[in-house]
Design a protein around this ligand. Structure first.
Ligand code: C2E
Ligand code: CA
Ligand code: CA
Length: 283
């Protein structure tokens, strides 16, 4: 109240300031956390809708913070992108995921389990990503076809030649390329013709709209959109994965719509690497 005369307290917003402090603490902490090995990967099953078999797992990063506990990626991936740390963090994720996947592959070769790794736009854009992937496959020993890279629409949409060439070089290695959160970006379909991709991941909101109980018009529309996107993907020779599948009704409807694979709480949450091994063991 004293400072009001100077006009400061009028604009002071304690909530905002607390947010800013928390934010800068996270920003400052990120590189330290990387050096200290505080990041961990959890893996979420991607299963066949035909027979329920686990065909792949998506690597999802978490920060095991010494004071704050387990922090989800939504709280730090954006910050890492802004500060550029995402390149180093992304490399760590790729290496760790390939190491884990090669271990599963050695122990369960018949499973042919694919590991799917998220690439931030900044990583996918940089030509250096090709060397990083070549290097990581070589040092982990993981066959290229057991690695999938997930790219966002915005990362691949640009008409720029350079990123396109990078994608073709990645595809030539034999790794799989998926478009993540398909249908939520610019929805310019022209780019689909030119990209060397192998699958589309349908964003969770479309799946969420499939409810089965007293279907109202919105539910109906989401189902029709999924139907159309699956047909589009198949016409282009692409696999389709539905994300955020939480109920049996959704799984049944997606199966009826010929969606190939699914991921979501119904089939298992993201879990530590050991839990995936237990699943591969049939446990
Ligand atoms: P995403 O790639 O779309 O990942 C799927 C997210 O959906 C994950 O959140 C997952 O836990 C969550 N999910 C799982 N099952 C369900 C379900 O049944 N229903 C719903 N509604 N959601 C479900 P998570 O782990 O918090 O990751 C959030 C986002 O952070 C990811 O979204 C991805 O964009 C980003 N991210 C995570 N790890 C990495 C990484 O290593 N690199 C980069 N660049 N981004 C990452
Ligand atoms: Ca993803
Ligand atoms: Ca996604």
């Amino acid at each position: 109240a004293k400072a009001q005369g100077r006009g400061r307290w009028a604009v002071y917003d304690p909530e905002r300031s607390a947010r800013d402090i928390a934010r800068s603490a996270l920003v400052a902490g990120l590189p330290v956390a990387l050096d200290r090995g505080e990041f961990v990967l959890h893996y979420q099953p991607i299963v066949s809708l035909l027979d329920g078999r686990m065909l792949a797992v998506e690597a999802l990063v978490r920060w095991q913070h010494p004071q704050l506990g387990l922090i989800g990626p939504d709280r730090f991936i954006g910050l890492a992108e802004e500060t550029g740390l995402i390149v180093r963090l992304g490399e760590w994720v790729l290496r760790q995921a390939c190491r884990d996947a090669q271990r599963w592959h050695t122990e369960f070769p018949d499973a042919r389990l694919v590991v799917s790794v998220n690439l931030a736009a900044r990583q996918a854009d940089a030509p250096a990503i090709v060397d990083t992937v070549v290097d990581t496959l070589a040092s982990s020993g993981l066959p290229a076809e057991l690695l999938q890279l997930e790219l966002t629409e915005s990362a691949v949409m640009g008409s720029a030649e350079e990123p396109l060439r990078t994608l073709y070089r990645l595809a030539a290695l034999g790794v799989r390329l998926a478009i993540d959160d398909f249908g939520t970006g610019y929805s310019n379909l022209a780019y689909l013709r030119r990209l060397p991709i192998t699958s589309l991941k349908l964003a969770a909101p479309f799946v969420e709209g499939i409810r089965g109980d007293e279907p109202d018009i919105a539910d109906h529309r989401d189902e029709r959109i999924v139907d159309a996107l699956v047909r589009l993907a198949h016409a282009l020779g692409l696999w389709v994965t539905a994300e955020g599948v939480e109920t049996e009704v959704q799984a049944e409807r997606l199966r009826a719509l010929r969606c190939d694979t699914a991921q979501g709480r119904l089939f298992g949450p993201p879990e530590p690497a050991d839990a995936i091994k237990t699943r591969l063991n049939g446990g």
